[in-house]
Design a protein around this ligand. Sequence first.
Ligand code: ARG
Length: 247
Amino acid sequence: MKKLFAAVIAIAMLFSFAAMAETLKMGTECTFPPYEFYDESDEIVGIDAEIAALICEKLGYDLEIVDMAFDSLIPAVSSGKVDFVMAGLTVTPERASSVDFSASYAQGVQVVIVTEDSDITSIDDLTAEGANHKIGVQQGTTGDIYASSDIADAGYGSVEPFQAGTDAILALTTGKVDCVMIDNEPAKKFVAANEGLKILETPYTVEDYAIAFAKNSELTEKVNAALEELIADGSVQAVIDKYITAE
Ligand code: ARG
């Protein structure tokens, strides 16, 4: 009986200890496999979710993942609604003027997805004399930014922004846009999951992914130090290799 009592106390203490851990809120947008997406049991999984979990474990925080529209992520972190953003988020000078970035933990490449029978056969076709294509993008992403400035503003067509990457793909498979500009790893997953799509061979541009924090957040240094350790000891690469198999 005494033993049972002791066990109950020990378990109660464990629970209250776990409840004491502070929770870090990670903002992300979950139509972006393999970085963040819902698995069959409706759990948010992916490279970012797992690296964030490792960081929080190292620093003794609980992790809560908040799924929101991509273009509200930077405002959410700068206003303190979430503690950090991890979303396959590309480091850009404009973004760096409103948030602080960690070290980079992965590279992304902007690519263009077309239907297999498309008249677009290379990225140069998008800015060729007389070109007039509809480019699908996820709103607020670097794909949106490049397509808007290089193609739409230059008079070679128009940009159709969608809330979710998956919506842009649906627009492509149903003929509502001529191509989709998006990051290469999600692109590969979308092409694998949808018949009749392919990725144009020449990548558009190479980018660095990093974690974003509010300017001058106390978290930046701590989280960045944990991230750098996880990069140095191979943990980050192990997570990436789990989701991205070399072809
Ligand atoms: N790398 C691109 C950007 O930073 C796209 C990221 C989209 N991420 C997402 N979780 N939907 O703009």
